[in-house]
Design a protein around this ligand. Structure first.
Ligand code: DX5
Ligand code: ZN
Length: 243
């Protein structure tokens, strides 16, 4: 059974990576239908919470997470909070039914306390890095998190261009994890598609978020399968994986 105490690496099971479609690119009037149209190809569901302050865009609040939990009781709801002072409204999200809550280190005043609170409330804590934020910023709390979300675009909007420089941080995180015996997952978010998926997994990403690539395509389920196939068609890349 998967719950907040399951070791993070176990969340991946036998698969080389997890695919987390972002509903930001789904039709807001038909989010449920868009998820159903994935025909079970989503490993996680990624939900982007934006506050119009930390990022120049507004999306949803805990009500959407609650509704998703009601409709998909067994889904892994990966909630990415892009908001200033997540400290102030954490309770709402803790009670929403999220499986994992990631907060931005750049936007959270008391990061240690927030991560501690999330964990104590039985939810998995994640930490997010903007493209310009170095890994060193989060080293003191890496032993507290189940996931590090590496932003590969500046947060706020879907369908932006992938920033390749952030891959150095993915590799650095993988090296740090091995050297320190930790087991957090590394997630990448922004500009992911079937063309770069294999390279991302080879570089060490455990979870790929994809919004526009999946929900912007004519057949989202087929695109999800295409991304998975793009990764698995060359299994030798895993053996070569740089740790
Ligand atoms: C951007 C969000 C992403 C977004 C990714 O701020 O955090 O999750 O949905 O969209 P794509 O995959 O279209 O870049
Ligand atoms: Zn996101």
């Amino acid at each position: 059974m998967i719950d907040a105490t399951t070791p993070p690496r176990k969340l991946k099971g036998a698969h080389p990576f997890l695919l987390a479609p972002s509903v930001l690119s789904a039709d807001p009037l038909a989010i449920g239908t868009s998820i159903d149209n994935l025909e079970g190809e989503a490993d996680w569901i990624h939900v982007d919470i934006m506050d119009g302050h930390f990022v120049p865009n507004l999306t949803y609040g805990p009500a959407l997470v609650k509704a998703l939990r009601r409709r998909y009781p067994d889904a892994f709801l990966d909630v990415h909070i892009m908001a200033e002072r997540a400290d102030d409204f954490l309770d709402m999200f803790v009670e929403s039914g999220a499986s994992l809550l990631s907060v931005h280190v750049e936007a959270t005043h008391h990061i240690h306390k927030v991560l501690q609170t999330i964990r104590n409330r039985g939810i998995r804590p994640g930490i997010t890095l903007n493209p310009g934020t170095p890994v060193q910023t989060i080293e003191p709390i890496l032993n507290m998190v189940d996931l590090v979300l590496v932003m590969s675009v500046n947060p706020g909007f879907a369908a932006q261009k992938f920033i390749p420089e952030v891959l150095a941080k993915v590799k650095e995180l993988v090296r740090y994890r091995t050297a320190n015996g930790l087991d957090f997952l590394v997630e990448i978010d922004g500009g992911v598609d079937a063309n770069n998926a294999k390279m991302l997994v080879t570089s060490g990403c455990d979870v790929l978020v994809a919004g526009n690539a999946i929900f912007g395509s004519e057949n989202p389920a087929e695109m999800a399968r295409k991304i998975k196939n793009a990764v698995s068609t060359q299994p030798q890349t895993f053996a070569q994986r740089e740790l």
